[in-house]
Design a protein around this ligand. Structure first.
Ligand code: FES
Length: 309
């Protein structure tokens, strides 16, 4: 699918891939700060490195003079990394000041990002933070004494909530709070959790439970339980199928260039047509059963059957 990127995003991407002077793709040898975020196995990864001009006596007054990145990702991952490096270099920040740069600053620099690509800006902010923590360790700066939260609880092995993206409970909880995430699609857009098999959505201790814990069930926009006893009229049933398709299933498929449309609904049978990359995919039947049908069963009614037409 074609993403609606801003002109700025497209330009930064093109400049970076053509190695235009002034762009930042690469890695600083023997950097003063190095931070990684994401993983190639999960589809997105970013390494951010920076060099500082060292202050002779007070490392907290070091100033970042140069920033570089390596990323495995899409157009927006490259453009967001370019934006991050530019913001950092132009700001002439100390590493501690650089911690105030947020993913929203990156989105603003890019003049907007599609909702489904916000995670690229979050990845930049997280890699920057990791690089500053790395610099602090090397320079002997105790950030906690300066009142800076270094997410100690995330250093220890936390319970993995989203296995597809290897994201732990402490990390997801922090991002829910920091970014004010209220729904599962918002979590997926911001940090990718829940963006593949979806098993972590409503599993005990899964994403919906973490949202409920953070905001309370009502404020978090909790989805009704799949087995909610209230019987649905055929009209309500159809509307709920459509909504689940629009809110959960289509965005997932579109993320990988696929698509799906409902052709008809008879009783609890949903007739669908796959589109985009899914139409030619050898695994389309698996997608229908494992993703589409299972999600509709979870969200609407466990009697749902999905048939491709
Ligand atoms: S376990 Fe979270 S998307 Fe698969």
């Amino acid at each position: 699918m074609a993403w609606n990127y801003s002109e700025k995003t497209k330009q930064l991407f093109m400049d970076a891939v053509h190695g235009k002077p002034g762009t930042h793709m690469g890695e600083i040898a023997d950097p003063d700060g190095l931070g990684d975020h994401g993983s190639i196995a999960c589809g997105d990864a970013l390494r951010f490195t920076f060099r500082v001009r060292r202050h002779p006596t007070d490392p907290t007054r070091d100033v970042i003079t140069e920033a570089r990145y390596l990323t495995f990702g899409c157009t927006s991952a490259i453009a967001a990394s370019e934006a991050l490096c530019t913001i950092i270099e132009e700001g002439r920040f100390t590493p501690i000041q650089a911690l105030s740069v947020t993913n929203e600053d990156i989105v603003e620099f890019l003049e907007g990002l599609p909702d489904q690509k916000i995670h690229c800006s979050v990845m930049g902010a997280e890699a920057l933070q990791a690089a500053v923590f790395n610099w602090a360790r090397k320079r002997g700066v105790d950030l906690t004494k300066l009142g800076i939260d270094i997410h100690q609880e995330e250093q220890e092995e936390g319970r993995v909530v989203c296995k597809c993206f290897n994201l732990t409970e402490p990390y997801i909880k922090r991002k829910i709070r920091e970014l004010g995430l209220r729904t599962i699609p918002e979590i997926t857009n911001a940090i990718k959790a829940g963006g593949a098999c979806m098993l972590c959505h409503h599993a005990p201790g899964g994403l919906q439970d973490l949202l409920n814990e953070a905001w309370g069930a009502e404020a978090a926009g909790a989805a009704p339980a799949a087995s909610a006893p209230a019987p649905l009229s055929p009209y309500q049933f159809g509307k709920k199928i459509e909504k689940t398709m629009e809110d959960y299933i289509r965005p997932m498929l579109q993320r990988d260039g696929g698509d799906i449309n409902i052709v008809d609904i008879k009783d609890t049978v949903v007739y669908c047509r796959l589109g985009g990359a899914c139409a030619q995919c050898a695994g389309s039947q698996r997608t229908l059963k494992n993703l589409v049908e299972r999600t509709l069963k979870e969200q609407v009614d466990e009697r749902v059957r999905v048939i491709e037409v």
